[in-house]
Design a binder for this molecule. Structure first.
Ligand code: CP3
Length: 350
């Protein structure tokens, strides 16, 4: 088969087809395993590099140049829209914290409805720069968080108190929760539209924490909001990707949410998922990112297993099941990429 461009390869897989080889990218491919990224964070702060479109574009391209990933994920974060809605966001060593969290309906009512073009201009600008540089050859994945995951961070009263406050609200004050989700979702829809208008080739929703819920709560409090964003992506004629962790209990519902591609987390056997979903959606995932702390040989074995289970009849994009973690070695990323290239050629018969 003639060698495809990364754009052709990625779009073919999103549509469920069989490209020349398995396309690959890695969540947090712009990240701390790379001393050049670390240096930029130390110098300008995470906030500083994400909100400067030139730097964000330069850093988004860095892993493509170093490793040849088949997709660009924008360097940004799912929490910036919440900041634009009026919450004070601080990036601590342990992670992001909101200093004035949402505790009840009064706080929800106070949230602003930001103008994405004016209040989050760097997102669209970054996509613009990337599109002008490589848009015809390498796909740019625009993204936003899911309302549930963003709301989880917005409702943490104490630092890193997790998903508990929001889960409590779903039962104690369901109307407040719905109002909060609706407000966040309206911003997310504008944000994903802005990225697609600027040239993004796909729209991905990171609703990482939604797998914490019971299937009934997922159906009532998450699914309708995810559906609305994904519908918006579809309207613009680009493929949509939905990612969350802990998908096995809600997989039957996720399959029908309207995404072209489902991102599968590492706690799930991707071969089982493949058997359950067949060709109805494409899959992305799901190498355990901690695999990268193992030997070259063990990385190769694990990558090969993912590909063997998920790739043979097409519709598969290689990725990790969660984002790359701190302290992963640069060489381990290179070894992972080498293994995908070695075992990902079609036809996959190993
Ligand atoms: O995949 C990518 O590299 C694209 C950009 C991206 C980032 N965060 C950059 C980032 C994306 C898509 C996200 C999503 C995100 N952010 C999620 C959902 C997906 C997931 O990983 O669970 C969540 C929950 C957040 C919020 C967030 N941002 C946390 C909890 C943290 C700190 C802990 C951690 O995982 O690093 C961040 C910081 C962050 N976001 C970094 C990067 C590259 C690290 C910044 C640094 O090194 O200082």
């Amino acid at each position: 088969m003639k060698e495809m461009t990364s754009l052709e390869r990625f779009l073919t897989a999103c549509e469920g087809g069989t490209p020349d080889r398995v396309p690959f990218w890695i969540m947090r491919q712009v990240g701390r395993y790379d001393p050049d990224f670390e240096g930029m964070v130390r110098k300008y702060g995470f906030d500083g590099i994400c909100k400067d479109a030139k730097k964000a574009a330069q850093l988004s391209l860095m892993p493509i140049r170093k490793f040849g990933f088949d997709a660009i994920i924008l360097l940004s974060d799912i929490l910036f829209p919440a900041e634009a809605m009026g919450l004070k966001l601080e990036w601590t060593k342990e992670g992001p914290v909101f200093r004035n969290p949402v505790k009840g309906m009064g706080d929800v009512e106070k949230l602003r409805s930001p103008d994405v073009g004016k209040d989050l201009p760097y997102v669209q600008e970054t996509v613009n720069i990337l599109y002008n540089k490589v848009g015809g050859k390498i796909p740019i994945i625009g993204f936003c968080g899911g309302a549930f995951t963003i709301a989880t961070y917005m409702t943490m009263h104490t630092e890193f108190s997790g998903v508990g406050n929001l889960r409590r609200m779903l039962y104690a004050n369901p109307r407040t929760a719905h109002s909060l989700f609706r407000k966040i979702n309206d911003v997310l829809i504008e944000l994903i539209k802005a990225q697609i208008d600027a040239g993004a080739h796909a729209g991905m929703v990171f609703d990482s924490l939604a797998g914490y819920l019971t299937p009934r709560l997922y159906k009532e409090f998450v699914l309708p909001y995810q559906e609305r964003i994904l519908r918006e992506v579809k309207k613009h004629d680009v493929p949509s990707i939905l990612y969350l962790t802990g998908c096995c209990g809600i997989l039957n519902k996720m399959v029908n949410v309207g995404a072209d591609v489902l991102g599968i987390d590492s706690k799930t056997d991707i071969g089982d998922v493949k058997k359950r979903v067949g060709k109805s959606v494409a899959l992305q995932g799901n190498l355990d990112p901690y695999t990268l702390f193992g030997s070259r040989k063990s990385i190769e074995v694990a990558v090969r297993e993912c590909i063997r289970k998920a790739a043979p009849d097409g519709g598969y994009i290689f990725n990790t099941g969660e984002g790359l973690v701190k302290d992963v070695k640069f060489e381990s990323v290179a070894e992972t990429v080498a293994a995908v290239k070695k075992y990902g050629k079609y036809p996959v018969t190993h």
